[in-house]
Design a protein. Structure first.
Ligand code: PLP
Length: 393
């Protein structure tokens, strides 16, 4: 165990963790290495626990509002970490990024409108479109032996053909781990601007970026404050998903008013612990986060080395951002076998590639997505299990 693991890695079984305690219910087996839902097996930075303990000790739990320094903590984080200028009045609460996506879809489009995504993509994007009576338009990412790029021609053509109203962007991208470049983002913005498309930019993974790459917030990529809204959270970066707390950034007043009007009937408000936790993390969590990134980077290296050696036909997409490793097993495993391969042969609870496509496109997929925000030992064991399973086929 390295120093970071010694201090922060926890066996989360029995702690009310859906990732570990939900295994029996979700995968039919509790004795698996759990690498599915995107949270970490690491205790959050001490500054978060300390701030929450201080809050608890005060014993003041009445109706609340964002604490005085909350917006400043986030504004400073965005400036220092991402060189993005956010004004305090642009910041809105959402009880989760997925909820925020649903709210944006509801606020900016009507049932029957067309919304576009880049596919494969984090599956709630599809749900936010389809479960609200909008139509889903997919522009497939180009996949050149595991290297993913945007097919800009296809993207623009689909927008034009379908009079698309809204684009839901994932940046960095889950599941393919791309950190989009400034040029790629500007091209997307240009296309959307030409065609009157609003961009919802999900940047929940913004802080987990591997060395050699740089996250560019879409709002900071080029002049687009009139047509881009963003979502992010301390939840992914600092392992705080339990708080149901995220941040919508809406620079344009008209778009902000529409979002407010949409949320009004829900009687939503952020709970104090979420504000306190996020504020503490953004203020004091930098060093902890940098250690997590180093841990994930090392874990990605371990998986890659073990699979390259023992199962060389796997196509391992380079992890540029997120802690979610995307691997193509099609050389070894048929799409219809992939679930049994993961659970029964590899003893892994992971996300299946087909979940990230439409049902039709997913039929031919043999990817697995591995969550690497865990111990080196778990990652090593997972990769070795995969190699053994492939050799035993
Ligand atoms: C791209 C993306 N957006 C949103 C979420 C979930 O956000 P929340 O828990 O705030 O709804 C995830 C979690 O994995 C994600 O990968």
């Amino acid at each position: 165990m390295n120093e970071f693991e010694k201090k922060y890695y926890v066996d989360r079984v029995g702690t009310g963790s859906i990732k570990w305690d939900g295994l029996k219910f979700l995968y039919g087996d509790s004795d698996l290495i759990s690498m599915w839902v995107a949270d970490m097996d690491f205790r959050s930075p001490e500054c978060v626990g300390d701030a929450l303990a201080e809050m608890a000790n005060k014993g003041l739990f009445g109706y609340s509002m964002p604490p005085r320094d909350y917006a400043t903590a986030f504004v400073n984080w965005e400036k220092e970490r991402h060189n993005c200028d956010v004004k305090p009045e642009w910041i809105k609460f959402s009880p989760g990024v997925v909820a925020g996506i649903f709210h944006f879809v509801g606020a900016y489009t009507e049932p029957g409108d067309n919304c576009i995504i880049l596919s494969p993509c984090y599956y709630p994007f599809m749900e936010a479109v389809q479960e609200t009576g909008r139509n889903l338009i997919c522009s497939m990412l180009k996949n050149d032996n595991g290297v993913y790029t945007i097919d800009f021609e296809d993207f623009e053509q689909k927008i034009k053909e379908n009079s698309v109203k809204l684009f839901i962007l994932c940046s960095p991208h889950n599941p393919v781990g791309r950190v989009w470049t400034k040029d790629e983002l500007c091209t997307l913005v240009d296309i959307c601007r030409r065609n009157g498309v609003i961009i919802v930019s999900d940047e929940i993974h913004q802080d987990i970026v591997m060395s050699g790459h740089k996250h560019v917030p879409t709002l900071a990529s080029c002049d687009c404050e009139d047509m881009v809204v963003a979502l992010t959270a301390a939840s992914k970066s600092f392992n705080l998903a339990a708080f149901n707390h995220s941040i919508a950034i809406i620079p344009n007043k008209e778009l902000r008013d529409k979002f407010d009007a949409y949320q009004k009937h829900m009687h939503l408000s952020g709970a104090l612990p979420g504000y306190i936790a996020a504020m503490a993390a953004y203020t004091g969590g930098k060093e902890w986060l940098d250690n997590v990134i180093a841990q994930v980077e090392n874990n990605a290296k371990i998986v890659t080395e073990i699979l390259k050696e023992g199962a060389p036909e796997c196509v391992i997409t380079e992890l540029q951002g997120t802690y979610l490793q995307w691997i193509d097993f099609s050389a070894y495993v048929k799409p219809e076998e992939i679930k049994d391969f993961a659970v029964k042969e590899c003893r892994l609870a992971v996300d299946y590639g087909h979940q990230f496509f439409t049902p039709e496109a997913g039929k031919t997929d043999s990817h697995l997505r591995l969550n690497l925000a865990t111990s080196e030992e778990n990652v090593r064991k997972a990769a070795e299990n995969i190699v053994k399973a492939i050799k035993n086929r």
